[in-house]
Design a protein around this ligand. Structure first.
Ligand SMILES: C[S@@+](CC[C@H](N)C(=O)[O-])C[C@H]1O[C@@H](n2cnc3c(N)ncnc32)[C@H](O)[C@@H]1O
Length: 270
């Protein structure tokens, strides 16, 4: 069953699953792999019961998925204890819990009630996003139970994308959605975000794709629409540039047209 992700995530790909519904409905594969999991919007929309390998370098995120997979009722009852108001938010934000269940409930609560759902930590690794004043109910019990069910055949791991290669075999499908190194701007310059995903990481990713293609796998890569990205991934052929209307962040947020590059070895008209 296809479901929505239970987390809000920067760079979430729900729009992609909606636009390319037919592609995902007709996708054939042995095992599914998503090494830049985030909110898992592609995995959850697929609704697959096949073996899945899901990973991300965000440790708290993976711990949350594991708790939802194994002990969803315990996480739900922890969530049911907290209120959505400013005082409770800052109390939970500064709390340090010692059990995985409580940490998972905290992660979901902060994700749902914070200002923009962004996962942002300070230099000490402390979550520092302000309260969001959101009125939407932060506890969706049904969705969490559906997510738990969807995760039953998934192996979850906190690791760099490159170390997932050993699990990938002929006939598998890999969806790759790395953080976008190159920022989109109007002046034609590019800005690399070394802390998130460096240029070096993009080269490692290009090499990773070459290796998984040699294994006989299918993949889709989404990435920033920039000539530099086109060059780094030139072994994968020409990208398709896809456009969409999205909210451009910053102080004076506005709706604008953004584009992204899609690379794939699937035979499909994007
Ligand atoms: C653009 S987000 C993925 C969004 C996801 N597709 C969704 O729909 O929510 C990129 C993810 O890659 C993770 N990440 C960053 N560097 C990584 C690395 N070297 N290996 C694996 N994951 C990494 C981040 O923690 C983040 O969750």
């Amino acid at each position: 069953m296809s479901i929505a992700p239970f987390l809000r995530w920067a760079g979430g790909k729900s729009w992609f699953t909606r636009r390319y519904k037919a592609l995902f409905e007709n996708l054939k594969f042995n095992s599914y792999h998503e090494p830049f999991l985030g909110s898992g919007s592609i995995f959850f929309s697929l609704g697959t019961q096949k073996t899945a390998y899901l990973s991300d370098t965000n440790e708290e995120l993976i711990e949350t998925y594991l708790a939802i997979k194994d002990t969803p009722h315990l996480v739900i009852s922890e969530l049911a204890k907290v209120k959505n108001d400013k005082e409770s938010y800052y109390e939970v934000r500064s709390a340090k819990y010692t059990t995985p269940v409580k940490r998972a409930a905290r992660f979901i609560y902060l994700n749902q009630t914070s200002f923009n759902g962004l996962y942002r930590v300070n230099l000490k690794g402390q979550y520092n996003v302000p309260y969001g004043n959101r009125t939407k109910d932060f506890l969706d019990e049904t969705l969490l139970l559906q997510a738990s069910n969807a995760l039953q055949n998934a192996t979850l791991e906190c690791c760099d994308f490159e170390s997932t290669l050993n699990n990938i075999h002929e006939g598998d499908f890999v969806f790759l959605d790395p953080p976008y190194t190159v920022s989109h701007n109007d002046n034609g310059f590019i800005k690399y975000n070394q802390n998130i995903f460096s240029l070096e990481d993009q080269y490692r990713l290009a090499n990773f794709i070459t290796r998984l293609c040699h294994k006989g796998c299918n993949y889709i890569l989404t990435n920033a629409a920039h000539p530099e990205i086109g060059k780094i991934f030139s072994d994968q052929g020409d990208p398709t540039e896809v456009y969409r209307v999205s909210l451009i962040g910053g102080k004076r947020a506005y709706r604008g047209l953004t584009s992204e590059y899609i690379f794939t070895n699937l035979e499909f008209e994007l």
